[in-house]
Structures are given as C-alpha cells and as structure tokens.
Design a protein around this ligand. Structure first.
Ligand SMILES: C[S@@+](CC[C@H](N)C(=O)[O-])C[C@H]1O[C@@H](n2cnc3c(N)ncnc32)[C@H](O)[C@@H]1O
Length: 244
C-alpha cells in the first residue's frame, strides 16, 4: 500500500516504545477514553447492547481496551497493519480475545478490511490517532467505506489530530508540540525516540497527510454522514462523531 513507509515507522522503535507517547502526549491516552465515552453514550440508546464495533488502527490496545470496557457486550474487531503494534495488543488483551471471545484481530490494512466488510453490518467504526497517518486519497476512500459498512444510525467515532484551519495558529501549536517532545525525551535520555517522533511529525504535517478540520468535516458530509460534531479540541487533537 501507498503509506507502507509510514507504517514501517510504527514497526520500529515507535512500535516497541509507544508507551513513551504518553509522556510526550498525555492526551493520547485521554483520547482513547473520550472515544470510549462516546461509545458508551451510543450504547445507552440501543435496545440491544450486543453491538459490532470495527476499530481502525488498534495499535498497542489502549483504545481497544477502552472500547471493551465501555461496551461490555459488544464484539470488537481490531484492525492494525503493523504486527509490532498489534502483537502488543494481542498479548495484553488476551482475556477478551481467547477468554471472552469478544475481541478479534485483523492484520490487514484498514481499507482492505473495510472493503471486505459487508454493507450496513457494523454499529460503530471507532478509531484514535490512526486516520491522520493516511495519505489524503487513501483516507477519502476509507471515509466512503466507513459510511458504507455502518448500519443506518451507526456512528463513526474518531479521536485524532485534526489540523486547525488557521494555518498560523496551527504552526504555533506544532512548534509548541516539538518543544514539548524535546523537553520530555531529553529529560529521560531517549534521543532515539525523539528522533523518530520528529521524523514522524514531518509526515503528519506534510500536505498530503494533514487532516485539516473543515476539509475533514466536509468530507464526512459528502460521504453522507449527518449530525457531525467536533468536540474536546485541545491543540491539534479533537474528537469527531458522525452519524449514518
Ligand atoms: C498512533 S497509533 C494509535 C493506536 C491507538 N489507537 C492509540 O490511540 O493508542 C496508529 C496505529 O494505526 C496503525 N495504522 C496506520 N496505518 C494503518 C492502516 N492503513 N491500516 C491499519 N492500521 C494502520 C499503525 O500501525 C498504528 O498502530
């Protein structure tokens, strides 16, 4: 796939030491909670809580765990194309996979899995910090497919990096983010991780990746979504919920 190089970054040092992200971006862990809370709100309104959740970019399992806790009767399919990341989730979430049988994994890329998923078969497509990694064209296809696989009334719930429309403010926010990386990682002598995150940030900020707020919300509307909301904005991070 086109973004293979990006994915490869996750299989190196970032994949193995992803926990360090919590140090430099505490909101990463909090965002998984926000996604889980949105799932919880959805469940409350359902007659049958045994819903089907498709998670894109499960990573080490932080978001997956939130989903499993929020939706205690749901079946979760967690997708991640990087084995280094998914293996950590498989290891730490065994009680839900082999134990309760509520969690399964797919190691293919998000678009391939979506294309192989039946139309109107999923209650929630949930994700955190994954879609911003996609190239814009790939992401556009993913959005269309997410809409197709959701049941009517189903929701797309995504906590992610949504670039600010005001480019000058956005640049200042990113500059502050870079400074915070240096402070946190030099303090614990993790210069190799620092290098990888700076390299990764260049991908995130490149023109063919950056997921600008207004463009993303328009894209959702064009795909057919309604009741589109962006909330909990903190710097470049925000929670987006959209209803089919
Ligand atoms: C930043 S991590 C987020 C993990 C987790 N959701 C969290 O918030 O901690 C993004 C994950 O998306 C995965 N990923 C990136 N591109 C993907 C794609 N096209 N298909 C499936 N997974 C992908 C990466 O391997 C990585 O594990």
């Amino acid at each position: 796939m086109d973004n293979a190089q990006l994915d490869a970054m996750f299989s190196g040092i970032i994949g193995e030491q992803y926990q360090t992200l919590k140090l430099i971006c505490p909101l990463a862990a909090k965002m998984s909670q926000l996604v889980a809370e949105a799932v919880d709100k959805f469940i409350v309104l359902q007659e049958n809580p045994a819903i089907a959740i498709l998670e894109l970019g499960g990573g080490t399992g932080i978001t997956t765990l939130g989903l499993l806790m929020a939706a205690e009767e749901a079946k979760v399919l967690s997708v991640d194309s990087e084995p280094t990341m998914q293996d950590q989730a498989k290891q730490s979430l065994q009680q839900w996979s082999s134990g309760q049988g509520r969690l399964s994994f797919d190691g293919r890329d998000a678009l391939t899995v979506l294309k192989a998923t039946e139309t109107a078969s999923v209650d929630i497509v949930a994700s955190a910090y994954t879609l911003h990694n996609f190239l814009a064209d790939y992401r556009a296809e993913v959005m269309t497919e997410i809409y197709r696989v959701l049941k009517p009334g189903g929701q797309f719930i995504n906590g992610d990096r949504y670039g600010l429309d005001d480019i000058s403010t956005h640049t200042r926010v990113i500059q502050n983010e870079v400074s915070a990386y240096f402070k946190a990682l030099i303090a614990i002598d993790k210069l190799d991780i620092l290098e990888h995150w700076i390299v990764h940030l260049f991908s995130d900020e490149s023109e063919n990746h950056v997921m600008r707020e207004s463009v993303s919300l328009q894209q959702l509307a064009q795909a057919g979504f309604k009741d589109i909301s962006l909330s909990h904005r903190c710097e470049v991070n925000a929670l987006v919920v959209a209803v089919k």
